[in-house]
Design a protein around this ligand. Structure first.
Ligand code: CUA
Length: 323
């Protein structure tokens, strides 16, 4: 309870500052549970002080002892816990059903990889195409979004504390989560299940947008990559192809069509790099490509530290330009 004031400042990753209907119910549950625990703790303290101020009951007074044990040890906890249980149980099922009219409008597949997030926006209502992305999720505000969650190898847990609860991503199984983001903003998500060496650096940004802006963004995200804007970036693109980056990464509209690593078609337009580990700047690109294993230990991408600095800079310029 004494730590609570520390959470008072608005935070991009706080279950106590809900920006989605699921998170709001969880916060409500937390405050009721926390409030009840505080009230019971104060009650026990009061009784303890009251007991000290009274003359001691003789040790052979069985009747008083029984009253205390049955009342304070059985009846009161059963009643208090039953009340909290009755209040909290329906919340779990309520969180599974969207409350916004129109039901689920957007479906997004997210796969937990080591240690990043594979993201695919599924086509809506028979129109449009699936749009691949990674390590950043954009959502329309005020609409229900269904996440279809999976993992090819180890267990991860998908969690955007500001928007809702967490759900495990389990190899061989599909799990789902419905979120209803209410307020536009940027919220941080994290992997909430230990999944290996770089578990702690497996995060992502969630951008909640007005529905019209989201639709425009999705249309741009579906388009192929723009060609390099200047000779420096063009040199970076040649380096990208020459060093085999396209064997693992896709840049739609080019020969790069690898599926092992994140889709990079619009990587320059994301808020962060390396699953919310680095800022999205040319310098950070060069650092990531040259020192991959320092930034994210044991990640499957090998470091390209042997490349000359100017080639790293050209690669960074090319990738930063993929907006
Ligand atoms: Cu993925 Cu922890």
């Amino acid at each position: 309870m004494m730590m609570l004031p520390l959470t008072a400042a608005a935070a991009p990753q706080s279950a106590l500052h809900p920006a989605g209907s699921g998170a709001a119910r969880i916060a409500e549950l937390f405050w009721w549970m926390g409030g009840a625990a505080l009230a019971i703790w104060l009650l026990v303290l009061l009784i303890a002080f009251y007991a000290r101020s009274r003359p001691a009951v003789p040790e052979d007074d069985r009747c008083a002892a029984n009253r205390l044990i049955i009342g304070g040890g059985a009846v009161f906890p059963t009643a208090a816990l039953a009340a909290l249980l009755i209040y909290s149980l329906p919340l779990t099922s309520e969180m599974r059903t969207p409350r916004t009219p129109g039901g689920v409008t957007t479906r997004i597949e997210v796969s937990g990889e080591q240690w990043w997030w594979r993201v695919r926006y599924l086509p809506q209502e028979g129109t449009g195409v699936a749009v691949d992305s990674a390590n950043e999720i954009r959502l329309p505000a005020g609409q229900a979004v269904e996440f279809i969650l999976s993992s090819p190898d180890v267990i991860h847990s998908f969690w955007i504390p500001s928007l809702g609860g967490k759900v495990d991503m389990i190899p061989g199984r599909i799990t789902t989560l419905v979120l209803e983001p209410l307020e536009p903003g940027v919220y941080r998500g994290a992997c909430a299940e230990y999944c290996g060496a770089s578990h702690a650096v497996m995060n992502f940004m969630t951008v909640v947008m007005e529905p019209a802006a989201f639709a425009r963004w999705l249309e741009r995200a579906a388009a192929p990559a723009r060609p390099p804007a200047d000779p420096h970036a063009a040199r970076g693109q040649r380096a990208f192809m020459m060093h085999g980056c396209g064997a693992c990464h896709t840049v739609r509209g080019t020969a790069a069509d690898g599926r092992v690593g994140p889709d990079l078609t619009h990587v320059g337009g994301r808020l962060s790099l390396g699953a919310a580990v680095l800022p999205n700047t040319p310098d950070a690109f060069a650092r990531w490509i040259g020192h991959t294993q320092q930034v994210k230990p044991e990640v499957k991408m090998p470091a390209f530290g042997m490349l000359p600095d100017e080639e790293l800079a050209a690669l960074a310029a090319y990738l930063s330009g993929l907006k």
